[in-house]
Design a binder for this molecule. Structure first.
Ligand code: BEZ
Length: 213
């Protein structure tokens, strides 16, 4: 297993999922992607997480993001559990869940942390861009449900950097001012940032969020 770092190509894999056999890179196509693992089927925290992810479909679609979940349980277990998620979370699961019984994908992405649990995946999250580059990795303990609002916030930030050459400051939320990335010279600013900018220090240049009305 090779350590995955930010900027690396997300390792490709073929795997069985609740939506059939998936080749990860082909499945992603030109989309951004979230690959996230959960410890096991029929567990309480995971049930709430997967319910919320299904409900956020419109938010993911707006951002051209496809989501795919993974656990080391089998496909039959996944199908049974999906019925429970739909019933208890009042939703319809609308994304694939990988059945990684042989732990091939979990091993490739280092999702099993033996000092936490040597059999189950931890709560890993990988965000991948349309070039299949890993842009974000977060690892949560099994007992802490993830905050998918935070993941949407990070994706908004990543997309602002990718498409508008701005970074996002501390506690930034959609609509807040952004910072112009250091590689942009002051000469380039007027054409790139017609809304204007404020230079607080030469390295700290603030501009209104470019894609916000
Ligand atoms: C859960 O997935 O619900 C869970 C897993 C491990 C500890 C506590 C909760």
């Amino acid at each position: 297993m090779k350590t995955i770092r930010l900027g690396d190509e997300a390792p490709n894999f073929k795997a069985l999922s609740t939506e059939g056999e998936i080749n990860f890179h082909s499945w992603l196509g030109d989309s951004w992607g979230i690959l996230f693992s959960h410890p096991a089927d029929y567990t309480p925290v995971c049930t709430t997480e997967l319910g919320v992810v299904a409900k956020y479909k419109e938010e993911f679609d707006k951002r051209n993001v496809k989501v795919i979940a993974l656990s080391v349980d089998g496909i039959k277990s996944h199908y049974g559990w999906i019925k429970d998620i739909n019933e208890t979370q009042n939703t319809t699961i609308n994304f694939p869940i990988i059945a990684d019984e042989d732990r091939k994908v979990a091993t490739l992405y280092d999702m099993i942390h033996p000092n936490a649990d040597d059999k189950l995946t931890v709560r890993s999250v990988f965000v991948v861009d349309p070039d299949k580059k890993v842009k974000l990795m977060i690892t949560y303990p099994a007992s802490t449900g993830r905050n998918f609002d935070e993941l949407l916030r990070v994706i908004d930030s990543l997309q602002l950097t990718a498409y508008h050459k701005v970074a996002t400051p501390v506690n930034w939320n959609n609509g807040d001012d952004c910072v112009i990335v250091p590689s942009i010279t002051n000469k380039e600013i007027p054409s790139l940032f017609p809304k204007g900018y404020k230079e607080i220090k030469p390295y700290l240049r603030i501009t209104p969020q470019p894609n916000w009305n």
